[in-house]
Design a protein around this ligand. Structure first.
Ligand SMILES: Nc1nc2c(ncn2[C@@H]2O[C@H](COP(=O)(O)OP(=O)(O)OP(=O)(O)O)[C@@H](O)[C@H]2O)c(=O)[nH]1
Ligand SMILES: [Mg+2]
Length: 208
């Protein structure tokens, strides 16, 4: 186990395609998933700050790409607007598609956390999103959210099942921002992604 911890996190900026995104840093991990699946809540949970990213029981709360700087600028966690928000007007859905596509294609992303509700079979949009992630070649981890809604005996099995159903290898972290299940596992995952990136950067520097 690494001794990686999240010591502090702060909001940097919201980005909606018109402004310039923040200066790139060591790495960027983005939360991707259906509206209401718990992306903003996961960021708040692992950063121990319930007010960091705005959450809501009404789907469609996050409308822009929000950057959060962690451990004094060491890396960014990125909260994305959700998809599958039925009430959104057509123009907004089109804007969402453009924003997401340009962000995924930007080459900034180190890793994606694909969040799926542990209780439901992934939707056509989840599967489409997964195909985009594969198309853009971005490394990912599947996180099955709201695990507190299932009995403990089913959590691991159902988490792996949704990963398989979306088309990914059948492994997912069972997570709950309510019960904090999987919190340490998600943090350890971030720690290992970060140490891989740093190692790669060091060997690239050494080869120059
Ligand atoms: N029971 C339970 N509820 C959760 C969990 N995570 C989030 N929620 C609730 O689900 C709702 C949506 O959470 P958000 O974190 O705002 O979801 P989001 O994915 O950011 O949604 P958008 O910003 O609309 O894309 C809120 O009412 C949360 O309190 C969880 O682990 N367990
Ligand atoms: Mg949100």
């Amino acid at each position: 186990m690494s001794d990686f911890t999240i010591k502090n996190a702060s909001f940097v900026m919201s980005y909606a395609n018109k402004e310039r995104p923040p200066e790139q840093t060591t790495m960027e991990i983005a939360m991707v998933g259906r509206s209401n699946v718990g992306k903003s809540s996961l960021i708040n949970c692992i950063c121990n700050n319930s007010k960091l990213a705005r959450t809501s029981s009404t789907p469609g709360k996050t409308r822009q790409i929000n950057f959060f700087s962690v451990n004094k600028g060491d890396f960014y966690l990125v909260d994305l607007p959700g998809y599958g928000f039925a009430k959104a007007p057509k123009s907004e859905k089109a804007a969402w598609g453009e924003l997401m596509e340009s962000y995924l294609a930007s080459g900034r992303l180190t890793h994606i956390f694909l969040l799926l509700d542990i209780r439901h079979e992934p939707t056509a949009e989840d599967k489409q999103m997964f195909e985009w992630i594969v198309y853009f070649g971005i490394p990912f981890t599947v996180i099955a959210t709201k695990a507190d809604k299932l009995p403990r005996s089913k959590q691991k099995q159902e988490a792996n099942k949704v990963a398989k159903q979306v088309g990914a290898p059948p492994f997912a972290i069972a997570f709950s921002s309510e019960s904090k299940l999987g919190k340490e596992e998600v943090i350890a995952r971030i720690g290992s992604i970060l140490s891989d990136v740093k190692e790669r950067n060091e060997s690239a520097d050494a080869n120059e």
